[in-house]
Structure formats: structure tokens, C-alpha cells
Design a protein around this ligand. Sequence first.
Ligand code: ZN
Length: 684
Amino acid sequence: MKAVYLLTLSLMPVMILSCGPNKQETGTAVPEKFEYLADRFGDTKVMRYQVPGFDSLSLQQKTLVYYLSQAALCGRDILFDQNFKHNLAIRHTLEAMYAGYKGDRASEGFKAFEVYLKKVWFANGIHHHYSMDKFVPGFSREYFMEMAATMPEVTLPLMEGETRDAFLQRVGDILFDPSIAPKRVSLDDSKDLVLGSACNFYEGVTQAEVEAFYAAMKDPKDPTPISYGLNSKVVKGEDGKLRELVYKQGGMYGPAIDKIIFWLEKAVGVAENDHQRRTIEALIAHYKSGDLEAFDQFNVLWVQDLDSRVDFVNGFTEVYGDPLGMKATWEAVVNFKDIGATRRTEIISANAQWFEDNSPVDPRFKKKEVKGVSAKVITVAQLGGDCYPSTPIGINLPNADWIRKEHGSKSVTMENITYAYDQAALGSGFLEEFCSDTTEIARAEKHAFKADNLHTDLHECLGHGSGQILPGVSSEALKNYSSALEETRADLFALYYLMDPKLIELGLFDTDEVPKAEYDRYIRNGLMTQLTRIEKGKDIEQAHMRNRQLIAKWVLEKGAADKVVELFSKDGKTYARINDYQKLRTLFGQLLAEVQRIKSEGDYAAGKALVEQYGVKVDPVLHAEVLERYQKLDLAPYGGFINPTFVPVEENGKIVDVKIEYPASYTEQMLKYSKEFGLLPVYN
Ligand code: ZN
């Protein structure tokens, strides 16, 4: 529930500020010419990121990064299978055709096929990673069959006893029939969410059955509940009863989990300290047993590991991929602390109690004591599973509310990633097209990179950690609206405090042009520019996008009498403008108080009303205009990253150094990962 994605990927300003990771005190100099952009297809661009500071790590730390990086790549197949049960079969088929097709590879048909395959790699399946809609291939079914006819049967992943024709019919139906598995995650709660979603967390069961199954398991009085259902698929047995297929060694996804354990065990041997060693061992214990209490034990240790330079996420973590918000997709991030930039987040964290005490929220919903809000700026070294290639720019974990309350949470900002976004977007013309005037453009160019990093810091290390749920209220009370409302809450906390004089007092910046730049961007994005990511005629589904529109539209409406925020027309184009930043801040505070009340009281009806009224529907006229203007810029609205490769240098069987290499292309890395980390059978 707590990953943050970049507001709008092409919004990064063009100025390079001193806080960029290439100016790190501990880092090595970045080569003058680094090719950030790796590929571009459809609505997506793929970039590379650098790992500044890696050379400043000790050999032991570098080796640890290497082992954890290997572990981070072992769960790729798991995610493909979780996203949709036919994804692995489809990926194998497409890759075999891509490698073996002997026909005209310069034809329009083949080019469209290649784009489709790149999209499938990017989304870890055949549904768009953001909109959740099934991709529509740019080539015909006939062309697909023509290609397939040239393939040797042995290269196709037939099911046992399946004929070649039956296989191609089956895969063809899945790819080309729009009525089959149209959506990976459906949040349309007028229908059965489980049956309406193509994700592979449930099979042969209805939403009502699943809800009853878990309701019977839960003890509402348990102060330290496990994350029920987090790491399993629910199926119906022959006896008609529901049961869980648990992801663990020897269980579902066992072959991939074996390999994850293998690399984690190596990591144990080079852990930086005893606490980190025990943390990794606890994660291994969880993978071996599938036990969720063991997972909580791991998380408690992990959140307390603050001294290690190297850190990681590895496991079944976020629940965005499940319409019921219970089942976690597998993800991994390997990183190390950016010591210079972390000073900024330490200042914020050290004042967490002040922020909590002074927030505009009803005192009943505030934490009396904010614990362990640790925050750091990290340098990402490797991305895996649900963090790859589409990459968050900040993470706040663990997700279990009781652990957060009792032990705190760890919050990170991934600054080498935001920096790479920034670099790849240089001179795109985006600001010129959508900013309301030259003042706004200049402000964005000068302050937006810094402002956005601060927004992420505040969102992560204060926003999610703030507030408390009233006793007896379930953390799942907001159901399908919980993710959007939680992100709304964290964003509002960040927005409200960005404009607080306290931040200047703390020395985080010295002019209110910084928060103004963020307010400009937030409103511009929430009201207009994020619509570039929505197809014509569609509503907003994704939690972060719902949250951003919710906030922007709410303040537009509530401040209408005073024109706090307005949409206006100039030369036939619509622009958003903020006329009163202080009043806007007050409105953010009012909405924060209400969203916190909704969460604290578990007020589902009010939460639903807020999201549905402000966060879901788009104005079709404005939407069409924004799409048209955006199209003229010829930019890609989505972005993601390929990984560097860590290569151990060995002498006499011992690692004496670890080198970084960069893949030549996106396709090269994807094919390599499929080959080297294709750890699961096609049919699980
Ligand atoms: Zn968040």
C-alpha cells in the first residue's frame, strides 16, 4: 500500500540541482555521457539508472549487494504468474517466436509483434501495468497464426496432452478475444471483484466466498494480526471447501523460492552486522515455512535495522494487484544509503512528533507518540518483481498497521531513480505546453526537482506513518477504496506541510518558491496532465491517480468562490492556475482532517463517496484536449528502468571485487532474465 510512483513521468524540470546523486560527496564521478534512455515503445520509455557511490562501498558490502541483487531477480516468473495464470505460457510463446521467426522481420506485422512483446515484458504480463487493461495487439490473429505455423512444436509450451492446434487456439483466444480476461484488477464493485479480475490469486471462487473464508479466520480482538492471505492463492477443493495454496519452499512457486533462499543464504554470510544477519535469516525462515507470523518477525527486525548501509526489500509485499487488497505480489529492491542526502530526511524524521501534534487532524485521530519514523535517501542498485521495470520512487514499509504503530516504519526516497527520470526528460517541451505562464515554468525549472523530492520525503516518512485508527476499527474497513484513500492521506500530509514555515525554519529550503512549485505541479497534474495516461473514454482506476485527481478536484470545487484554484482558457487551450497558495494550503488541511477521520473511523460510505465523486470520472472534453496537446509533444507517459548488472571478479574462487555493467538494450536484458531467471514451470 505504500509505494510512491512519480507524479507524471515527463514533468521533471530541466535544471540539474546540487542535490542530484551525481554530486554526492561519497560518490564516484559520473561519466560525462551516460545514455539514460534505453528504449521507447507505445506509451512507454525505458531508462537506465546509475549507481553513484557503489565504489565507496567495502568489498563485503559490494558482495552483499551482488548476492541480494541475484535474489532480487529470482522472483520475476512469480510475478508473471500472479498477474495472470497464462502469462508465463504467453511469454514463452512470444519469446520463442521472437527468437525463431524466419519470415520478414522488417515487416509492419513483425514490428507490431515486437512492440507487443516489449509491452508484455514491461507489464510482467498481458495487462497494462497501470490501467490494468489487456493489451490490444497491433497485429492480426491471422499474422500470429502465420508466425506460429513456422515454429517447431518443441519450442511451444503445450500443456500435457494438448495438440499444437488446440494450444494455438487457446493462446490466440487469450490474446485476441477482448471478452477474455479484459482486466487484471477490477475495482468496479457493482460486480464480483474476484470474478471480474484476471489476476491469479483466486480460482473457482467468488468474492463472497473469499470474504467469508477470511472473516472466519480473523480474530477482531487480536492486537497483532498477521496479514491474512498475503502469500497464497485461494482455490476450491473437490470437497467444495476453500483452501490456500501457500507460496513457500516446497509449495506454490517453490522452485523460484528455492533460488531466492539460495542467494539470501549467501547474503547471510556477508551481512554487515549481527542484526542484519538475523533479519535475512528471518526472511529465509518465512520463505521456508510460508508462515505469516514468521513474516511479521522478519518485518520487525527489518524495520529496526537502521545501521546497515546496504538494505533491501524482498518478498510478497504490496497488495495493489489484488482487488480485495489482501494478496501481495512479489517484489524486490536492493539499495544502499546515500549518506549526504539522507541528512535531509533525518531532519524531517527527527521532528515527526511536532508534525503529528500540529496537524489539522482531530486530536482523537493523532498518534500520541510517533515511533521510529526512519527515513533515508537511498541509491537503488537493483530492481525486481513488481518494482521492475516500472519503478517506484519511494517506499514505506512494512504494511502491517500494528508493526508500524509499535515498531515504526522505514521510509526511503530513491534519488538516483528520480534523477534519471529528470535527466531523460530534459527539454521535452512539456512544461511549456501545460504551465499557465512563464513564471510557473521558471519556478518549475528552478525548484521542482527539489520540491518533488521533499514531497516524497514528507509523504513517505510522515504521511503514511501519521494518525491512528480508533480501537475496534478494522484496517480493511475501506476495502477497495483503501489504497486510494491512504495515498490521499499521505499526499495531503505532505502538501499541507510543504507550505509550513517550519520547513524553512528547519533549513530544508529558503524560499516559498519551493512549495509553490510543488503546488503548481500537483494541481496541474491532478486536474490535467495525468489524464495523458488515461485512454479516451476510460475512467481512472489506479489508486495514486485517483488520489491525485480527488485532491485537485476537491480543492478546485471547495475554493471556487474565492477562485483559489481555477481552470481558464487561453488561445483555445485550458490551463490550471493557483491564485492563493495560502488558502489552498488551508483547503489541503481541511481535506486531510476529513480523510483521516474516514480512515480512523473506517467510514466506508464517506470514503467511497469521496473517491467516486472526485477521483474516478474524467471530463471527456478536457481529457480529449489534453490528449491532443500531449500527443503533439510525442512523449511517453510511462517510464521504467532496466538494471545494471553486478559482475563478481573472482580470484581462486573468492570474490575480490564487484563490477557494474550496463545492458546494451532493454530487449537484451529481458531475454537474459527469461533465460537465466526463468525459474518456474510454465503451468503452476
Ligand atoms: Zn504512498
